[in-house]
Write a protein that binds this ligand. Structure first.
Ligand code: PRP
Length: 286
């Protein structure tokens, strides 16, 4: 039987679209399934399982799926021993405790004896234990933010991303338990053949992520300022410098992180750089 890499992703939820997008950028074509929960990629030996988020850690730990794209928060909550392979740079969020807006909150002691609604009982229990707080954990599986408004709890512990859901439900964030983003994770029961496929996928993902965070920078620079300009440019080895038709000027090309570019743009201009272009990189092979 041919070897296949089995990857679990969220059936629905905040990670789904970005998970499929990053696979597409890796050149892997998978149908976004509405009905079929197991689909094969058309051009890579990969099968994709659309699963309920909270079930995924167990499926991977038990070897039903080889790898998964999961929020770090879900891995921590599951208490499963999964290998964290690569942070994927999307679905940034935090797991936080929030209480009704306007409530005086002196610190974690406020939580003593209170009832806290959450879908993350393990993470919350860990936080309460660390802070020596005795509180009642009320586990619910969704719509957690409604709990204080309907008299079900005094506080909530849930994921916060933009903060919009808290705002709309008249809640204020008071404690951050953990910060999270999407990760590629792996289970322990992987054969060498599957491991080789997993490494191929990892290589592609790293190339996509490097391309996302870097830009190709082109500019024209006066020759007499080249030494100063080269000094402030990072470049993978060193920048490429080519003479322009107009004497006394060169074209300078390099790869730079977008963040670093904004830091040095003023210096480049001060050294006479002109015609500065920032171009997205499709893939960056490391
Ligand atoms: C999460 C979380 C909050 C919301 C926060 O729900 O449970 O309700 O996102 O996001 P915000 O700060 O951007 O408003 P999600 O949509 O992931 O689905 P869930 O209800 O299944 O947790």
């Amino acid at each position: 039987m041919d070897t296949t890499l089995k990857i679990a992703v969220q059936k629905s939820g905040r990670l789904l679209e970005d998970s499929l997008q990053i696979l597409r950028e890796c050149g892997i074509k998978v149908a976004e399934s509405k009905d079929s929960l197991k689909v094969a990629a058309r051009n890579f030996p990969l099968e994709l399982y659309y699963l309920r988020n909270s079930d995924i850690p167990a499926y991977v730990a038990d070897g039903i799926a080889d790898i998964a794209i999961l929020g770090e928060n879900t891995v921590i909550e599951s208490r499963r021993n999964l290998e964290m392979l690569l942070p994927l740079g999307f679905s940034h969020c935090r797991l936080s405790i929030a209480i009704p807006k306007g409530t005086a909150y002196p610190g974690t002691e406020w939580l003593h004896g209170k009832r806290i609604a959450t879908s993350y009982p393990n993470s919350l229990q860990n936080f309460l234990k660390t802070n020596r707080v005795e509180a009642d954990i009320h586990e619910i599986s969704g719509s957690v933010e409604i709990a204080p408004n309907i008299g079900l709890a005094d506080a909530i512990c849930d994921l916060v991303s933009s903060g919009n859901t808290l705002f709309m439900n008249n809640l204020e964030e008071k404690e951050i338990l953990l910060r999270s983003e999407a990760w590629l994770v792996s289970g322990p029961k992987i054969t060498p053949a599957v491991c080789a496929l997993r490494d191929q996928l990892l290589f592609r993902l790293k190339s996509v992520l490097a391309a996302r965070s870097n830009k190709y920078l082109l500019m024209n620079a006066p020759n007499d300022k080249l030494p100063e300009i080269v000094k402030i440019l990072p470049g993978m080895k060193s920048p490429t410098i080519m003479p322009l038709a107009e004497s006394g000027w060169s074209s300078v090309h390099t790869v730079i992180s977008e963040e670093r570019f904004w830091e040095i743009i003023g210096e480049l201009k001060a050294h006479g750089a002109q015609g500065i272009l920032i171009v997205p990189i499709e893939k960056m092979i490391l």
